[in-house]
Design a protein. Structure first.
Length: 130
């Protein structure tokens, strides 16, 4: 039992465990360990894993290569959630096996929108005056 664990220590641990989970899931997907046609035919990036403070839940953000068939890939990942949870529990040493939820990573889309706004003639004109 850690009696004087700081908030910074907890957040570092959350990041570390999240990164371990991300590596395990990426490895499983890269090797093709999941017997699923949709996942076998798509390259899927695990972009981020956010752990809850109690390490019992993991939100896994994924993006299929080029964003192709995102809904089908998410459905396949969700169908195989039990397999992923079992593998993560076996490879990442924490007290409880984390419940995994897969979500589409929208950050790439947001970045594209911001880039388009910054390149718009109106904004470019305003930025050019400085």
């Amino acid at each position: 039992m850690k009696t004087n664990e700081t908030p910074e220590g907890r957040s570092v641990r959350l990041l570390r465990v999240g990164e371990q989970v991300r590596h395990v899931l990426s490895d499983i997907l890269m090797r093709g360990d999941v017997h699923d046609e949709t996942l076998a035919s798509h390259l899927v990036s695990v972009t981020e894993v956010r752990m809850t403070p109690d390490l019992r839940h993991a939100i896994v953000f994924v993006k299929p290569l080029l964003g192709q068939d995102e809904e089908a890939v998410l459905k396949a990942l969700r169908t195989n959630t039990a397999f992923f949870q079992r593998e993560v529990a076996n490879r990442v040493r924490v007290r409880y096996a984390a419940k995994i939820k897969f979500r589409a990573d929208e950050s790439f889309d947001e970045g594209g929108k911001i880039d388009a706004i910054l390149r718009s003639p109106k904004v470019a004109r305003d930025l050019g005056e400085e």
